[in-house]
Design a binder for this molecule. Structure first.
Ligand SMILES: [Zn+2]
Length: 484
């Protein structure tokens, strides 16, 4: 094969990066890359296991004199997000990536680069391949289907892993040390209804103009939630006007802050004019509240008609729930600056056969808070006469102030770079959380090079940073041989 990266270190890791980039490895298509890993290990006489989900575990004994030390797990995922530019011709089943170097920056032409998480794979391959390194026994865990819900990690057999300390490599940002990620679950709330004949004066209410954003990464930015804004408007109208809901929807994805919501109400007793006044007044007060966080709120009101509408009892329950369901940041971290410790997002409202359904995403760095917040939602919803389902729970990587792995990693970083490292955390799910759940007491630190644009065709990595982050990994492995 023809390599495009020349004259750079670590040459072996970069060669492996190019080799794995030639193998298609979009999520759920990991058989090829798993076979490559298996052959790599067998060629070198290393212990290897590939499971039915294409998760790969490769083990290497400690270097001479370090064989007896407790093992350390190195971890990353095999799959990549298959995004490409509209005009790029690329078959994700067959084609390899076309890498290109510009200055110090590595990208792929028109597609994701898969540095998320190819850097981890290439580092592991180089460490497994080299014979001159000093390191404890290594357990390299390469997972499938990370990008589609941490599926491989959740299905891995934990008895394959004996290590109780881990270097996670799915967290870009040199000098940042991942110390926490969120666990979470999904709460579905269903309000049953039946239709009655439509009557009254119809009004359509549409919430528009909000910024939205990822409900993990951006929940602390106090963006308006269209479902909650609609709930407040409906509640205010209900104080003076009797109405039935004819239709209600909002948001598209549980993990996105909803930007839009739509509703049709049928106002009784000739009160539609008053309802409009209340909607306009509520819009004004919310717009003022959001002036510094989400400044383009628009509430559009029009006349509408509907030949059927939800029964009054169900309409009242929906107004009540849309109004009272908790939403947004529930707790900030006092350990890590800027981190949200717990939040929830009333992400989607849809109408299903005979019920209105709310989809609420709960996240927290503490498993107990995930459970508690979901139960608060359940308690509120059940008291209001709705049905509740809590599902899709995934574990948190909670902050450990005494993590030995993080201390060592940050000390090695400081010794190598002369700079102070930063403790980093994310308010989203990671495989680190899954492994913490599978392997109780697992001590984890996450490291990686400077990169950006993950999950887009603009994805890039800085090759100078790639080299430094690799040297950091080697430095940590070396230090682990001294520190027992
Ligand atoms: Zn990743």
């Amino acid at each position: 094969m023809e390599y495009v990266i020349h004259g750079r270190e670590p040459a072996d890791a970069l060669r492996f990066f190019e080799e794995i980039s030639a193998i298609p490895r979009a999520s759920r298509n990991e058989a090829g890359i798993a076979a490559y890993m298996k052959k790599f290990a067998e060629d070198r006489g290393l212990w290897v296991h590939v499971d039915e989900n294409n998760n790969v575990v490769i083990k290497k004994p400690g270097s001479p004199g370090c064989e007896h030390l407790p093992p350390v797990m190195l971890q990353g995922h095999l799959d990549i997000v298959p995004e490409k530019n509209q005009d790029t011709v690329h078959d994700w089943e067959k084609d390899g990536l076309k890498l290109q170097v510009k200055g110090d920056i590595l990208t792929a032409t028109g597609t994701t680069l898969g540095c998320d998480d190819g850097y981890a794979l290439s580092y592991m391959l180089a460490v497994l391949d080299r014979k001159d390194l000093r390191h404890p026994p290594l357990e390299c865990v390469m997972t499938a289907m990370e990008e589609v819900g941490l599926i491989g990690a959740m299905k891995i057999d934990p008895s394959l892993i004996t290590a109780r300390r881990m270097i996670g490599m799915d967290a870009g940002g040199e000098g940042g040390f991942l110390a926490s990620s969120a666990g979470g679950n999904y709460v579905f709330v269903r309000v049953p209804f039946h239709y009655v004949e439509g009557r009254g004066d119809g009004l359509s209410i549409r919430i528009r103009g909000l910024d939205g954003g990822h409900s993990g990464g951006l929940i602390h930015m106090e963006k308006g939630n269209s479902n909650k804004i609609l709930g407040r408007i409906l509640y205010n109208v209900s104080k003076e006007c009797l109405f039935n809901i004819a239709a209600i929807t909002g948001g598209f994805k549980g993990n996105a802050i909803p930007r839009e919501a739509d509703c049709v109400i049928m106002v009784q007793n000739g009160m539609a004019g008053r309802a409009r006044e209340i909607i306009a007044a509520t819009e004004q007060e919310i717009a003022r509240e959001l002036a510094f966080s989400d400044k383009n709120l628009k509430v559009l009101v029009d006349t509408a008609s509907a030949d059927k509408m939800l029964n009054l009892e169900a309409s009242r329950k929906i107004v009540h729930l849309s109004h009272v369901l908790p939403n947004g940041v529930m707790m900030r971290s006092m350990a890590i600056e800027g981190l949200t410790n717990a939040s929830l997002n009333v992400g989607v409202v849809t109408m299903e056969e005979g019920c209105v359904k709310y989809e609420i995403t709960v996240r927290s760095a503490e498993d107990s808070l995930v459970r508690s917040i979901a139960e608060v939602v359940a308690d509120i919803a059940e008291t209001a006469g709705a049905e509740v389902e809590i599902t899709g729970t995934y574990p948190a990587f909670s902050f450990d102030p005494d993590s030995q792995m993080r201390r060592i990693a940050m000390e090695v970083y400081q010794a190598q770079s002369g700079k102070e490292g930063k403790v980093k955390a994310v308010h989203g799910g990671t495989e680190a959380g899954v492994f913490r759940g599978l392997l109780p007491g697992l001590d984890i630190v996450g490291i990686g090079p400077n990169s950006g644009g993950a999950h887009t065709p603009e994805e890039w990595v800085d090759l100078c940073s790639y080299e430094r982050a690799f040297n950091l990994l080697l430095g940590i492995l070396d230090r682990l041989c001294d520190e027992q």
